[in-house]
Design a protein around this ligand. Structure first.
Ligand code: PLP
Length: 377
C-alpha cells in the first residue's frame, strides 16, 4: 500500500461544504483584497494566539521579510539565525541588505543553540531569529534573555509551528514579532500561499500595516518603501473555516507521533541506529514533521530508498545547511564551524505524520522501518 508523506485532500474534503460556502460568500462580495474577510481572520488569529496584533500576509516568506523591514533592519546589520532551517529564514535577511550570521542547532531539538548564538554576537548584530522547527518551540526564555542582555530584536520564524506553545504561551507572541506560514503542508494549510505577522507592539504593528501596502500613508503618499504583502480575502475566508479545527489536527499528529515512538522505541539498539524526536518539557509540540535521525554514513539515504521501494513517502528537511548553500558561500562559514547543522543534514529523515494518516498506513511505515532495522541495516 502506498503511503504519501502528506495528503491534504481528506482534510479539505471533510470541510468541503463550509469551504464552498466561504468561497461563495467571497465571490458574491466582489471584494478580493484585504477587507472584512481578512479582518475577521486576523481577529480570529489574534484571539487564538493570544497576541495583540495579527496581520494577514501573502506568505510566510513575506511575513519574515516584513518583520525585518518593520524593525528597520538593513545594510550593515547582522541577524543571527540557525543554519539548519528552510531557506527563507536567511534569504529574507539577505534581501534587506543585512548579513545573515549562522549559528548552530542542538541535535536533540533541531532548534538553535542559544550558547552558540551568543558567541556570534558583534556590535553590528541587530536581531536574532529563532526558528520553531518541525512544530516545536525553540528555547524562547534563553533567546529572550540573551536578546535583552545585548539589546537585540527577536523575530520568531514560526512558519512550521502554528499552535505550538511554550510554558502555556503561543509561539509568535514570545519575541518582538512572529512570522507564520499557511503553505499547504503546514499545520494550517491554505489553498495557495498565505501567511501571518504577529506582534504585541502597537507601533511595530502599525508600521508593518503600512509596509504591507507599499508604505503609503495616506494612500499614494510614501514616507517608507514597503511592498505588496497583502493576504487575499478568499484565502482569509477559507482559512477562517479551518482555524477552529487546528488544535484537533495537532492532537491527531501528536497521537501519530506517540504511536511511532511507542513502536520504534522497542527496536533493538535503537538509540545508536535510529534517534527519535521528542518534545522538550514545557513545550506543546504540534508535530508538523516527525523527523528521525539515522546516523552512520549513507544509512539515512539507505532507509529513504528502502521506504521508497515500498511506496512510502519521506522527505529530507533539509539536505544542505544554509551556510553551505552556494548563494551564501561568500559569507565563509564552514561545516567545521557549524558541525551539528552539517551532521543533521546527513541524518534527518521525515516520515508521514499528517492528521488523516490511517492506522493501516502507519502500520505500513512502522513495519518497513522495523524490517530495515531488523535486517541489521
Ligand atoms: C515554510 C517556511 C517558510 C516560508 O513560508 P512560505 O509560506 O512558504 O513562504 C519560512 N521558514 C520556515 C522555517 C518554513 O518552514
Amino acid at each position: 500500500m502506498a503511503v504519501p508523506l502528506f495528503d491534504i485532500k481528506p482534510q479539505n474534503q471533510a470541510l468541503a461544504e463550509d469551504l464552498q460556502a466561504a468561497f461563495t460568500r467571497v465571490l458574491a462580495s466582489g471584494q478580493f483584497i484585504l477587507g472584512p474577510e481578512v479582518q475577521n481572520f486576523e481577529r480570529q488569529c489574534a484571539e487564538y494566539l493570544q497576541v495583540r496584533h495579527a496581520l494577514g500576509i501573502s506568505s510566510g516568506t513575506d511575513a519574515i521579510l516584513l518583520a525585518l523591514m518593520a524593525l528597520g533592519i538593513g545594510p550593515g546589520d547582522e541577524v543571527i539565525c540557525p543554519s539548519f532551517t528552510f531557506f527563507a529564514t536567511a534569504g529574507c535577511v539577505a534581501r534587506t541588505g543585512a548579513t545573515p550570521v549562522f549559528c548552530d542547532v542542538r541535535a536533540d531539538t533541531f532548534n538553535l543553540d542559544v550558547a552558540d548564538a551568543a558567541r556570534r554576537i558583534t556590535p553590528r548584530t541587530k536581531a536574532i531569529m529563532p526558528v520553531h522547527l518541525y512544530g516545536q518551540a525553540a528555547d524562547m526564555a534563553a533567546v529572550n534573555e540573551l536578546a535583552c542582555r545585548h539589546g537585540l530584536k527577536v523575530i520568531e520564524d514560526a512558519a512550521q509551528a502554528v499552535g505550538a506553545t511554550q510554558g502555556g504561551q503561543h509561539i509568535g507572541s514570545l519575541g518582538h514579532c512572529g512570522a507564520f506560514s499557511f503553505f499547504p503542508t503546514k499545520n494550517l494549510g491554505a489553498f495557495g500561499d498565505a501567511g501571518l505577522f504577529t506582534t504585541n507592539d502597537d507601533a511595530l504593528a502599525e508600521h508593518a500595516r503600512l509596509l504591507r501596502m507599499h508604505g503609503a500613508y495616506p494612500k499614494y503618499y510614501h514616507r517608507w518603501i514597503g511592498g505588496n504583502f497583502r493576504l487575499d480575502a478568499v484565502h482569509a475566508a477559507l482559512l477562517a473555516v479551518k482555524l477552529p479545527h487546528l488544535d484537533g489536527f495537532a492532537r491527531r499528529r501528536a497521537a501519530n507521533a506517540a504511536r511511532y515512538t511507542e513502536y520504534f522505541a522497542k527496536l533493538p539498539s535503537i538509540g545508536a541506529r535510529l534517534i527519535l524526536p521528542a518534545a522538550q518539557p514545557g513545550n506543546g509540540h504540534t508535530w508538523n514533521q516527525y523527523t528521525v535521525r539515522v546516523p552512520g554514513a549513507g544509512r539515512r539515504d539507505a532507509l529513504r530508498d528502502w521506504l521508497a521501494a515500498r511506496q512510502i513517502g519521506t522527505e529530507i528537511y533539509y539536505p544542505v545547511p544554509l551556510h553551505a548553500q552556494a548563494c551564501f558561500a561568500a559569507l565563509g562559514q564552514t561545516d567545521a564551524d557549524l558541525p551539528v547543522s552539517a551532521r543533521l543534514a546527513s541524518e534527518a529523515l521525515s516520515i508521514p505524520i499528517f492528521p488523516e494518516l490511517t492506522t493501516t498506513q502507519q502500520d505500513e511505515v512502522i513495519g518497513a522501518v522495523t524490517e530495515f532495522i531488523g535486517a541489521g541495516r
